[in-house]
Write a protein that binds this ligand. Structure first.
Ligand code: HEC
Length: 135
């Protein structure tokens, strides 16, 4: 029980602070993808968005993330890539995703067995990208 106590406290914090977040619906990932990603990565994630051809670098095909990682969706890597851009203003092609990263924090296990406080909209976005993976 003592081992769980700090974790329980972590979980309680965002719940108390945020009450009910109206944006925390299962569709949020899809909505955020449409708003923040599809212009470059395309509606279905294939890297063929409307401004893709105007970029200095071709947007990655996000439907092959699993295929290119031995069939397993690289959740933590993808989240780190999205998160990392917030701290890399002016570098790279992708914009700053500040609003996504400033959302309510929830404990999330990205596959390494460790629950890490993560912005909920980043979690929902990663879950949505999983759905886009080519079968
Ligand atoms: C302005 C265009 C643009 C936008 C908007 C954009 N991306 Fe990207 N993205 C790129 C480009 C170009 C690359 C490949 C080169 C690079 O990393 O800069 C890339 C690479 C990536 C990668 C790495 C893929 C791999 O194969 O390793 C991920 C993951 C990714 N984007 C996710 C997203 C997500 C999620 C969003 C929305 C929150 C987003 N991108 C928005 C242009 C964009």
């Amino acid at each position: 029980m003592t081992r769980l106590a700090p974790f329980a406290a972590l979980m309680a914090l965002p719940l108390m602070a945020a009450c009910v977040d109206p944006k925390a619906s299962p569709d949020t990932g899809a909505e955020d993808y449409a708003a923040y990603c599809s212009a470059c990565h395309g509606a279905t994630g294939k890297g063929d968005g409307e401004i893709a051809t105007e970029l200095s670098r071709k947007p990655a095909d996000l439907t092959t993330l699993s295929a290119r990682n031995k069939g397993e969706f690289p959740t933590t890597k993808v989240m780190a890539q999205i998160w990392g851009y917030a701290g890399a203003k002016g570098r790279g092609v992708m914009p700053d995703f500040g609003p996504l990263l400033q959302s309510e924090m929830v404990p999330y296990d990205g596959g390494d067995g460790i629950e890490t406080p993560t912005p909920i909209r980043l979690v929902q976005l990663a879950e949505y990208l999983k759905v886009l993976q080519a079968k």
